[in-house]
Design a protein around this ligand. Structure first.
Ligand SMILES: NC(=O)c1ccc[n+]([C@@H]2O[C@H](COP(=O)([O-])OP(=O)(O)OC[C@H]3O[C@@H](n4cnc5c(N)ncnc54)[C@H](O)[C@@H]3O)[C@@H](O)[C@H]2O)c1
Length: 322
């Protein structure tokens, strides 16, 4: 029986309340992708409430960012909006060139831009599957590659990637989304492993976060007519399913602000966190021991008979020694 069992919250709870984080990120430069609405907009707002100096806002069009710009300004942060499709390498290259001509560095990167194309695999095409992967995973990879060298040179930084529970369980009609989010979780683990191996783990932390089940444009979007025609039951059940999306839209935002202070970096860096789990429970030595020894909050495989996943007869192959 595990010693630590975090409480579960569907909305902001006292430990992560914005009032506790006033000036926690004073003067910092924060970049949020997909900041135009939903979870990304709340994340920008909560970093403004935490005193961020400049908040770089990316979305498909600057017009999408009007409301977020206003929210940042109202709370004393300087918004820097950019139109950028995070799945397009040329756009990412030129937007980041412009960003780095305006700000010295990015202290905190939050990758939120995402799409969800719920479709039975037989109605998908390679192009539609790959588009989701390019946005949800490709976008995370591209922005991370842009900020990491400067974080390394400076010796500090934090990256938070919006993952999804769909990357840890297998659901029907969500192959492209599930693959992209599992990729985000694995990429997060892999980047942190590199940083740890290079002795930078204490300086730069990267996390994958499930923002809960939130009613947003992404979760409420209408069904593709082709799917609706072929799967009428799926369509009929959808409103009932979406009704169960009970997490408040700002919970992940408050968790991001708290995570970026580094308070759980010893136990959780490189790992996957569900934003509904009480963050305070992750700050104890006991929790840290349990997480590290059990390799919790990662994508893991379990074998019949409890056999270890150590490569069996090739177990020495993967030991890294310089
Ligand atoms: N809503 C949920 O229940 C839920 C659950 C799990 C994970 N998530 C993840 O949280 C993130 C935010 O979701 P949301 O519900 O707020 O969605 P949303 O659709 O409300 O917002 C997504 C934002 O990303 C932007 N965007 C989309 N594609 C982009 C691209 N290629 N480049 C730049 N910007 C792009 C959109 O314009 C929009 O502003 C997504 O990564 C999503 O997968 C959401």
């Amino acid at each position: 029986m595990p010693a630590t069992r975090p409480k579960v919250y569907s909305s902001i709870y006292p430990y992560i309340d914005a009032a506790n984080f006033k000036n926690a990120h004073k003067g910092k430069v924060v970049l949020v992708t997909g900041a135009g609405r939903g979870i990304g907009q709340q994340i920008a707002l909560h970093f403004a409430l935490a005193g961020a100096g400049t908040i770089i806002l990316l979305d498909l069009a600057v017009a999408n960012l009007t409301e977020t710009i206003k929210l940042c300004e109202e709370h004393g942060s300087q918004p820097l909006p950019f139109a950028c499709n995070v799945s397009r390498q040329k756009q990412v290259d030129s937007v980041f060139d412009e960003i780095f001509s305006k700000v010295r560095d990015i202290d905190i990167l939050v990758n939120v831009a995402g799409v969800c194309n719920a479709k039975p695999i037989l109605l998908e095409t390679y192009a539609t599957i790959w588009r989701d992967i390019e946005v949800n995973l490709g976008g995370v990879i591209q922005t991370t590659m842009k900020v990491l060298p400067r974080m390394k040179a400076r010796g500090s930084g934090c990256i938070i990637n919006m993952a999804s529970r769909a990357g840890t369980i297998t659901l029907p009609y969500l192959a492209s989304y599930g693959v992209s989010k599992a990729g985000v979780i694995k990429f997060t683990e892999s980047v942190q492993k590199d940083l740890d191996t290079d002795g930078l783990g204490d300086k730069i932390q990267i996390y994958a976060l499930h923002p809960g089940a939130v009613q947003t444009d992404l979760s409420r979007r209408s069904m593709d007519p082709e799917v609706a025609a072929a799967y009428p039951k799926f369509v009929a059940n959808r409103p009932k399913w979406v009704k169960n999306f009970n997490t408040s839209v700002d919970l992940a935002a408050a968790v991001c602000v708290a995570l970026a202070t580094g308070r759980v970096k010893n136990s959780m860096r490189g790992r996957y966190l569900d934003c509904e789990h009480d963050l305070e429970a992750f700050t104890t030595d006991e929790a840290e021991k349990e997480i590290l020894s059990g390799n919790l909050h990662t994508l893991e495989v379990n074998f019949l008979g409890g056999l270890p996943n150590d490569g069996g007869s090739s177990s020495n192959l993967f030991t890294f020694k310089e």
